[in-house]
Design a protein around this ligand. Structure first.
Ligand code: MN
Ligand code: MN
Length: 317
C-alpha cells in the first residue's frame, strides 16, 4: 500500500466509501471520515462538543469526543453489522471537528454551542454530535428548533434530566425541564427510555423505565417510541449512562440496572423511518472507562445512528 493512501481524514479525495487503513494508526477522525470545515458537499457533519462543566458528579466528558473518535477507527474497516449496506456509500459524512467555546466565560457557552449548531443546520447538513456532558443537548435543541419548530425528543438515559428548579441554572440534569418549558420540545410526542432515577414529575413526557425496557422486546420498545413521535421532527439523544455500568462504566453518573448494549442497539435498529432532524451521543467520560468499552459502545451507537439516516437513501455512484 503506497504511503499516501492512508490518513483519509486529511488527504484530498471523495467523501464516500470505506477507508482502507489500519484500525489503530493515523489521524483519528470519526469513522475515518474527512476532517473538514467545508459543509458544501456534506450530508452529515459529525462534531464534538467537549464540555464537562455542567456535571453534578464526576467530570471528564471533555475527553469524550476524542475517545469516541479513537474507538470508532476500530469500527471503520467494514460496514456496520448487521445492516445490508454501507452508510458511507449513501451519505457524505464529514468530521467537522470540535465546537469552540471559552470555559473561562461560562455565560457564553450556551450560545457558542448553539451558534456552532446554527452554522451546520443553516448549511442544510444533518448534525450528529459527540458530547460532552448532556447539557450540550440544550443549545443543540435550541438551534434545531429554530429551523424545524418544536421537536420530539427520543431520549435514552438513566436520568430524566427534567429536574425542576425555580431559577435557570446550567446543569446536565435540568436542561430538558427548560427545553420543555421554553417549547423547544413537545412533551406529548417525546419519550424517555431506560430511566432508573427518582423524579416526581414527568412533565407529561412518556417514560419507559429500565426494567420495563429490559423485560420487553426491542421491537415492542421501538414500537412505543414510533407511536409516541409519529411523523413529527425527532431529535434523538443518547446518554451513554442509559447502558448498565457493566457495559458503560466510563461515565460521570453511572446507575446500575440499565440496558445491555445489545438491547440498546436492537432498539435503535428498529427505529428506522422516523423524521430525524438531529442526533447526539453524550456523557462518555474516558477517565472512568475500562479497556475503552464505553468509548467503543458510544462509537458503535453513533455509527448505528448514521445507519438510521442512510437506510432509506440510495448509494451514490
Ligand atoms: Mn443525561
Ligand atoms: Mn444520565
Amino acid at each position: 500500500m503506497p504511503l499516501d493512501t492512508i490518513d483519509n481524514a486529511i488527504i484530498p479525495g471523495s467523501l464516500y466509501g470505506i477507508s482502507e487503513e489500519p484500525t489503530y494508526s493515523g489521524v483519528l477522525s470519526f469513522m475515518r471520515r474527512k476532517y473538514t470545515k467545508d459543509l458544501r458537499e456534506a450530508d452529515v457533519a459529525v462534531s464534538g462538543v467537549p464540555l464537562d462543566l455542567m456535571v453534578t458528579h464526576r467530570s471528564g466528558t471533555r475527553f469524550g469526543p476524542a475517545a469516541i473518535r479513537k474507538a470508532s477507527a476500530h469500527l471503520a474497516w467494514a460496514p456496520p453489522w448487521p445492516w445490508p449496506f454501507d452508510p458511507f456509500e449513501r451519505l457524505a459524512v464529514i468530521d467537522y471537528g470540535d465546537c469552540l467555546f471559552d470555559p473561562g466565560r461560562p455565560e457564553t457557552i450556551t450560545e457558542a454551542i448553539a451558534d456552532h449548531a446554527r452554522r451546520i443546520v443553516a448549511a442544510d447538513v444533518f448534525m450528529l454530535t459527540l458530547g460532552g456532558d448532556h447539557y450540550v443537548t440544550y443549545p443543540l435543541l435550541k438551534a434545531h428548533a429554530e429551523t424545524f419548530g418544536t421537536l420530539s425528543l427520543v431520549h435514552f438515559d438513566a436520568h430524566s434530566d427534567t429536574w425542576e428548579e425555580e431559577e435557570k441554572r446550567v446543569d446536565h440534569g435540568t436542561m430538558f425541564y427548560h427545553a420543555l418549558k421554553e417549547g423547544l420540545v413537545d412533551p406529548a410526542t417525546s419519550i424517555q427510555i431506560g430511566i432508573r432515577t427518582t423524579n416526581d414529575s414527568t412533565h407529561g413526557v412518556k417514560i419507559s423505565q429500565a426494567p420495563e425496557v429490559m423485560h420487553s422486546s426491542a421491537k415492542e420498545t421501538a414500537q412505543a417510541i414510533k407511536a409516541t413521535v409519529g411523523n413529527t421532527p425527532v431529535y434523538l439523544t443518547f446518554d451513554i449512562d442509559c447502558l448498565d455500568p457493566a457495559y458503560a462504566p466510563g461515565t460521570g453518573t453511572p446507575v446500575p440496572g440499565g440496558l445491555t448494549s445489545l438491547k440498546a442497539l436492537e432498539i435503535l435498529r428498529n427505529l428506522a423511518g422516523l423524521y430525524y432532524v438531529g442526533m447526539d451521543l453524550v456523557e462518555v467520560c474516558p477517565a472512568y472507562d475500562v479497556s475503552d468499552i464505553t468509548a467503543l459502545a458510544g462509537a458503535t451507537i453513533a455509527a448505528e445512528m448514521l445507519c438510521l439516516l442512510a437506510v432509506h437513501r440510495e448509494p451514490v455512484s
